[in-house]
Design a protein around this ligand. Sequence first.
Ligand code: HEC
Ligand code: HEC
Ligand code: HEC
Ligand code: HEC
Ligand code: HEC
Ligand code: HEC
Ligand code: HEC
Ligand code: HEC
Ligand code: HEC
Ligand code: HEC
Length: 312
Amino acid sequence: MIKKIKIAKALNTYLPSMLLTVLLVFTTNSVLAEETTVDEVETEVNCLGCHQETQETPIHAIWQTPHGKVFGKSNQTCVACHGPSLEHGKVPRDNSPSLSFGPKWPSKFNEQSAVCLDCHEKGNQLMWLSGVHNDEELSCLSCHNIHDRIDDVLVRLEQSETCFTCHKSVQASAHMPSSHPILEGKTTCVDCHNPHGNISEHSLNEPTVNDTCFSCHAEKRGPFLFEHAPVAEECTICHKPHGSVNASLLKARGPFLCQQCHSAAFHPSVQHDGSGLANTGQGSEFLLGKNCLNCHSQIHGSNHPSGSRLTR
Ligand code: HEC
Ligand code: HEC
Ligand code: HEC
Ligand code: HEC
Ligand code: HEC
Ligand code: HEC
Ligand code: HEC
Ligand code: HEC
Ligand code: HEC
Ligand code: HEC
């Protein structure tokens, strides 16, 4: 536990030493305990001696978070992220901690994330380095608040607020007449996306758009006796996942949605504009109620023996 400080001094650069810190902390606490001497204890920078809990500073809320519990109330907690900070410990006003993150000595986005990735390189964070947010020079701290007792981005109801600070167009969509219940907190961004990056397009949680949708709308998966080709291809051909002015998150309303592809189909190959509806008998029954769905109700696919036209 103390040995790491000596090693850190010897290496004289903080990054590798922090890796070691983490490594040693997790693997060799008990082994090293025997080698600890009083002298060595005194060489350790006493963060908590200066950054006291009595001080008017909010940083001590960290003890109520998982990070505060990893090492307990000790300097080791601080060192795990801020590094050994030897010079800072001697003349704090002139020297940055090894990694400050703070307002006085701003640090680079990739240096910030590197520290976190020492411990969080797996799981959801596995693809961070190849993800869009890393490409855009965001760091873990663009979303996470480490010293706060409650990290807002982990609270389902408030999570999207963090995302909305940058993703204004998504925010606008979420307010449209038809939308996923994002504002209500029933679905959140992370139900569909991994904000830490993923190999799939748009960092979706599943390999494809459709698989992502099926995770909640399983009934749309089929298999169907009669598939509707665009449905099997991609839900976003017709739907806007974040929100739409049209009902059911549709990209276009009524017959226009269908006529993007079916204008020259079985029905008269003219735009159905409704002009023939009044007593003229010009085939506009296909537009009754302005909607192809009046008859083709099984738009996502049919399992009815005679459902080939998606009418039942
Ligand atoms: C899990 C990583 C981590 C640990 C552990 C940690 N910090 Fe921090 N610290 C940060 C980050 C990140 C920031 C930047 C502000 C933020 O995101 O909360 C920060 C900011 C600070 C600041 C500047 C606050 C400001 O805004 O002026 C101080 C001072 C500080 N930490 C001291 C400490 C001390 C003392 C400890 C040990 C009790 C400690 N930190 C433990 C990551 C950590
Ligand atoms: C001798 C007292 C002292 C010790 C020991 C000390 N600090 Fe500080 N620290 C300060 C003071 C004073 C400041 C404010 C510097 C300023 O704003 O000019 C500060 C500022 C900071 C900041 C904010 C930097 C920023 O960019 O705003 C962080 C982070 C920090 N200390 C972490 C640590 C860590 C981690 C340790 C232990 C490894 C530590 N400190 C040990 C006195 C100390
Ligand atoms: C010394 C190793 C270590 C370092 C460095 C570290 N973490 Fe952690 N972190 C942990 C452990 C252990 C947990 C609790 C177990 C878990 O959830 O995986 C945790 C939990 C978390 C959580 C979940 C908190 C919660 O309330 O559930 C977040 C978010 C997180 N860390 C982000 C960060 C960020 C951002 C950084 C860099 C500023 C960082 N961590 C640095 C070890 C570390
Ligand atoms: C774009 C915002 C954003 C960024 C940037 C970000 N996170 Fe997160 N992080 C989140 C959200 C949102 C959650 C909650 C995920 C959930 O509930 O499934 C989360 C959850 C976590 C957790 C909790 C366990 C888990 O995986 O769900 C850890 C640990 C974590 N993040 C670490 C990191 C680290 C390390 C970085 C930097 C490499 C980072 N995060 C960058 C948004 C972000
Ligand atoms: C129901 C699933 C779902 C939810 C919830 C969701 N998204 Fe998406 N998101 C998608 C899909 C699918 C795409 C791909 C869009 C396409 O191909 O038209 C996408 C694309 C994106 C894009 C890139 C393209 C664009 O539209 O700018 C961003 C950024 C984005 N989402 C952010 C968010 C944020 C932020 C939230 C939370 C407020 C969120 N998403 C919630 C499914 C979702
Ligand atoms: C600090 C600003 C910022 C924050 C906060 C932020 N993002 Fe982003 N995000 C970006 C930028 C910049 C891009 C790249 C340009 C774009 O696609 O809009 C991006 C891209 C994305 C993409 C598209 C990925 C792709 O491959 O097309 C998704 C999805 C996304 N963000 C989701 C989220 C989610 C979810 C959150 C909240 C947990 C979030 N973002 C928070 C800045 C941010
Ligand atoms: C996390 C679960 C979840 C995922 C993933 C999901 N949805 Fe939803 N979806 C919902 C919920 C919840 C509703 C609202 C249901 C309600 O209000 O009865 C909904 C509603 C809808 C609606 C109807 C909206 C309306 O205004 O009536 C459509 C269309 C839809 N989703 C399409 C999609 C598509 C396309 C995808 C994939 C990009 C997707 N969903 C992914 C949970 C999800
Ligand atoms: C060819 C266009 C099209 C495609 C592609 C499509 N949908 Fe739809 N979807 C519609 C239409 C039209 C409605 C409105 C149905 C109504 O009003 O009866 C709808 C309604 C919905 C609804 C809400 C009503 C319900 O039936 O539950 C959900 C959920 C939905 N779609 C999910 C999906 C999913 C998931 C996919 C991808 C597997 C998908 N859609 C692909 C056209 C499409
Ligand atoms: C992106 C293009 C596209 C859109 C939009 C679209 N379809 Fe289709 N639809 C197709 C394709 C491709 C087929 C398969 C044609 C085939 O097998 O010959 C098909 C098949 C059909 C069939 C069955 C025809 C048959 O020969 O079995 C019906 C009925 C149908 N669509 C109705 C609709 C309706 C109603 C809408 C609007 C809600 C719609 N489609 C939207 C592309 C589309
Ligand atoms: C009044 C009911 C009704 C309405 C409204 C309607 N259809 Fe149909 N449609 C049918 C029936 C019935 C068939 C099957 C005819 C047959 O198999 O002989 C069919 C067949 C089709 C086919 C298959 C054509 C083929 O070549 O086999 C397509 C594509 C189609 N409709 C698209 C649409 C579109 C697009 C709209 C809206 C503009 C629409 N339908 C509105 C009843 C309707």
